[in-house]
Design a protein around this ligand. Structure first.
Ligand code: FE2
Ligand code: FE2
Length: 140
C-alpha cells in the first residue's frame, strides 16, 4: 500500500488573512517551499534546485510587492515596519541565492526550516494585522 509522503509544510486555514489574492499567494508560497524541499530531499541537481529557488524568490518578490501596494494604497499605519521585514528577508534570501549559485552554499534542512518558520511567523505575526484594516477599507 502506497502512502503519501509527509509534506514539509502543511497549509493551515488559521493562516488566512482574509484578502483573497494574498491568501492564494501565501498558499502558493507554501507549495513552492514544498517543491524546493522535495527537490532537496530527493537529491536533485543544483540546476533543478536552483530553478525552484529562483521561482520561489521571484514569487516572493511579487507577493511582497502586492502586499506593499495594497498597504500603501490605503495608507496602512504599519506600512514602513512591515516593508522593513520584507526587505530584511529579501536581503537574506538574495544573499543565499548568490552563494548557492556560486557554489559556496548548499540548500540544507536548516535553510528550509528558516524559510518555513519565517513565512509562518510573518503571516501570523505581521500579515494577519493588515487583514482587519484592509477589510475595513473594502478589500476582500
Ligand atoms: Fe505575506
Ligand atoms: Fe508581509
Amino acid at each position: 500500500m502506497a502512502t503519501a509522503a509527509a509534506q514539509f509544510m502543511v497549509w493551515q486555514d488559521s493562516w488566512l488573512v482574509g484578502v483573497k489574492v494574498l491568501d492564494s499567494q501565501h498558499k502558493q508560497l507554501v507549495t513552492l517551499l514544498n517543491e524546493l524541499h522535495d527537490a532537496m530531499k530527493s537529491g536533485r541537481g543544483s540546476s533543478i534546485v536552483g530553478g525552484i529557488l529562483n521561482s520561489l524568490v521571484s514569487y516572493t518578490h511579487a507577493h511582497f510587492a502586492a502586499e506593499e501596494q495594497l498597504m500603501q494604497m490605503y495608507a496602512y499605519p504599519d506600512f514602513k515596519a512591515h516593508k522593513r521585514e520584507h526587505q530584511k528577508l529579501t536581503g537574506q534570501v538574495l544573499d543565499f541565492q548568490e552563494k548557492f549559485s556560486n557554489g559556496t552554499a548548499t540548500l540544507s534542512i536548516d535553510v528550509m526550516q528558516f524559510l518555513s518558520s519565517w513565512l509562518q511567523n510573518h503571516i501570523l505575526g505581521t500579515d494577519k494585522k493588515y487583514g482587519p484594516f484592509l477589510q475595513s477599507k473594502g478589500v476582500k
